[in-house]
Design a protein around this ligand. Structure first.
Ligand SMILES: Cc1ncc(C[n+]2csc(CCOP(=O)(O)OP(=O)(O)O)c2C)c(N)n1
Ligand SMILES: [Mg+2]
Length: 336
């Protein structure tokens, strides 16, 4: 495509209306998630990390776009695939890596691991690995916020698979009738494990479930970080006005296995090809260079190199952290 002139750019692409630093920050945040996941993948495969993992390569724009539109004091709930959400909400790679190694100084003191990662001080209760399990929790947190007249909102992440769980119906319906401040964020990556979404529902558009609860819904390109950011901003503003929940369906794709060692044989080759061409980080980097005269290939490469250094240093430090002690078995079991 020939380069557009700046006037055409300003009219044609919303990236022209934003600060350069903000746009590069979105790139940085998405790359932190990608690099974190890539390094963690190899640490698990070589057996350096215990347990199991579900990774989110390809879905970074959803986590970053949503969380960048939230305030630090807002909350999120997450799923069995929580690393991107946690990083986007402000947990550091270091506190998370220590947690994944089972270290006693991790964000859950080594007791949560990948599937229950979180940090309440940063607005993220430990992730819930039961599919749909975070949805009633988000509604409950939002009810507490409303009863305490606090201004925060809850962004509730879940997958396409969760929309056919009873917990989805109950949680969304309660949030709807009580006008609770919840942004329901469905990351539709087309599969629940190896099952295509079309095999678990007759609805071609999951967002149409919003009509069943009488709330607004919006389906959008979940690999477009700016579109996700803008939609979340609007949804959060509506929640803060006391007008009740919103359902966002973010169309995305997982370019890694469902869990470790999944060869993804159920994903057709042409679909994978399309997904790798449309994965959110490469797309965003190309778009910035095409649409912004003040962002070059060197700027993009600088961000990537900085992220690789950051994550590599965090992994080295996390490896050196102490394991929990036997005495730690008895801490954090009961409330004081
Ligand atoms: C209630 C429940 N049923 C089954 C599982 C096993 N399980 C873990 S992840 C998963 C697929 C979930 O798919 P989706 O909600 O689309 O999220 P994605 O994995 O695509 O991010 C399943 C069936 C579970 N954890 N909880
Ligand atoms: Mg899914």
């Amino acid at each position: 495509m020939p380069p557009a002139d700046s006037a055409t750019r300003a009219e044609s692409d919303p990236v022209c209306g934003y600060d350069r630093a903000f746009l590069l920050d979105l790139l940085h945040r998405m790359w932190v998630i990608r690099e974190f996941e890539e390094q963690v993948k190899f640490l698990f495969l070589e057996g350096a990390m215990p347990g199991t993992i579900h990774q989110c390569q390809g879905q970074e724009a959803a986590a970053v776009g949503v969380c960048r539109a939230l305030e630090a004091a807002d909350y999120i709930t997450s799923t069995h695939r929580p690393h991107g959400h946690a990083l986007a909400k402000g947990l550091t790679p270091l506190e998370m890596l220590i947690e994944l190694f089972g270290g006693g100084t991790g964000c859950c003191r080594g007791k949560g691991g990948s599937l229950h990662i979180g940090n309440m001080a940063k607005g993220m209760p430990p992730a819930v690995a039961i599919v749909g399990g975070g949805i009633p929790i988000a509604a409950g947190m939002a009810l507490a916020l409303k009863m305490q007249r606090r201004p925060q909102v809850v962004a509730c992440f879940f997958g396409d698979g969760a929309t056919s769980e009873g917990a989805f119906h109950e949680g969304v319906n309660l949030a709807a009738i009580w006008d609770l401040p919840v942004i329901f964020v469905c990351e539709n990556n087309l599969y629940g494990a190896s099952t295509p979404v079309a095999q678990i529902t007759r609805l071609p558009r999951l967002v149409d479930r919003a009509d069943g609860y009488g709330i607004p819904g919006q389906r959008l390109d979940g690999n477009d970080v700016l579109a996700v950011y803008e939609a979340t901003q609007q949804a959060a503003a509506r929640c803060r006005r006391g007008e009740g929940p919103v359902l966002l369906e973010l169309m995305t794709y997982r370019i890694t296995g469902h869990s470790r060692r999944d060869p993804c044989l159920y994903q057709p080759k042409d679909e994978r090809q399309w997904a790798s061409e449309n994965e959110p980080i490469g797309r965003w980097a190309r778009r910035l260079q095409e649409q912004r005269a003040d962002i070059s290939a060197d700027d993009v490469e600088e961000v990537r190199c900085r992220v690789v250094d950051e994550i590599t240093a965090a992994v080295e430090q996390a490896r050196r952290e102490p394991e929990p002690t036997v005495a730690d078995l008895f801490t954090d079991v009961y409330a004081d």
